[in-house]
Write a protein that binds this ligand. Structure first.
Ligand SMILES: Nc1ncnc2c1ncn2[C@@H]1O[C@H](COP(=O)(O)OP(=O)(O)O)[C@@H](O)[C@H]1O
Ligand SMILES: [Mg+2]
Length: 264
């Protein structure tokens, strides 16, 4: 495995005085790695299962069809879905010098995902004492995100979409690591419950000073009643970029990519 994960034992070793310096060095490396990326966009919502990963994949493919260089960083370390959604070839990441090359799909979308490192279907397993598992797990996940951003060589990109797990924690870590807070795309389903969860996430985004590019309402016109997309867009004075039905066709994705191109 090319990544240099530190174990719980190493992180909690009495002599961990070098850690702040290591993190500072990593942040400088992150800045170098994303220097050729025109825009980093975090895809988030307050909730799981609303289609963040599905939308990230569909949008990235549409952006690639428009001939723009695009990448997807799958930052869901425990439920990586990007390789399957992007139909990535079964490939191992290659290491070139001190950099990891992302895997490229048939449409030209570059992708890096924990799913490329762990065996199929197996959750990420961290070694550590059971009692403190939530503590070291969080610390190691943050460390893994740092390693990803510091080590993956994206090359020049118009857009790097970061597919986040549910909640706001990973967004905060991402904003801490990047030279500037990433722009944000929020995904919601039409229901009021989803609107509530997304509202909390959008407040955190706002407090962080991150620009919001717009709201995408997903699974519109199906069993979920509500107008979360419209109401969130109004409330946060941000565009409603798309209302995507179940199984949107190519035209819907292309229209979203076009709207995003003019919004960003
Ligand atoms: N518009 C859609 N049409 C059909 N299936 C969808 C749509 N959006 C999401 N899905 C499916 O719903 C499930 C949850 O989506 P996913 O992208 O994994 O959610 P999240 O990343 O927000 O947790 C997945 O099985 C995905 O394929
Ligand atoms: Mg997901």
């Amino acid at each position: 495995m090319p990544l240099n994960f530190r174990t719980y034992h190493e992180l909690t070793d009495p002599d961990r005085s070098g850690l702040p310096e290591q993190i500072g060095a990593q942040r400088r490396r992150v800045a170098e790695r994303v220097a050729g990326v025109r825009q980093v966009v975090a895809v988030l919502s307050g909730k799981g299962g609303v289609g963040k990963s599905y939308v990230t994949a569909g949008l990235s493919r549409a952006v690639a069809r428009r001939g723009r260089p695009v990448g997807v960083l799958d930052a869901d370390l425990n439920g990586p879905t990007a390789p399957r959604l992007l139909h990535l070839p079964v490939a191992r990441c290659t290491l070139r010098g001190d950099a990891i090359e992302p895997v490229v799909n048939a449409e030209g979308v570059k992708c890096f995902s924990m799913g490329l490192l762990v065996e199929d279907g197996r959750p990420l397993a961290f070694r550590g004492p059971e009692a403190e598992s939530h503590v070291w797990r969080g610390a190691l996940e943050a460390a893994a995100l740092r390693e990803f951003l510091a080590d993956v060589a994206w090359g020049p990109l118009d857009l790097l979409l970061v597919d986040l797990p549910p909640g706001i924690q990973r967004f905060q870590e991402l904003a801490d690591l990047l030279p500037a807070p990433p722009a944000v795309l929020v995904v919601t389903i039409p229901t009021p419950e989803s609107a509530d969860a997304v509202r909390r996430a959008l407040r955190a985004v706002h407090d962080r000073g991150a620009p919001c590019l717009g709201v995408i309402e997903n699974m519109t016109g199906g069993p979920f009643a509500g107008d979360a997309g419209d109401s969130l867009a109004r409330e946060f004075d941000t565009p409603l970029l798309a209302r995507l039905p179940f199984h949107p066709g190519v035209h819907a994705w292309d229209a979203l990519a076009q709207r995003l191109g003019s919004a960003s």
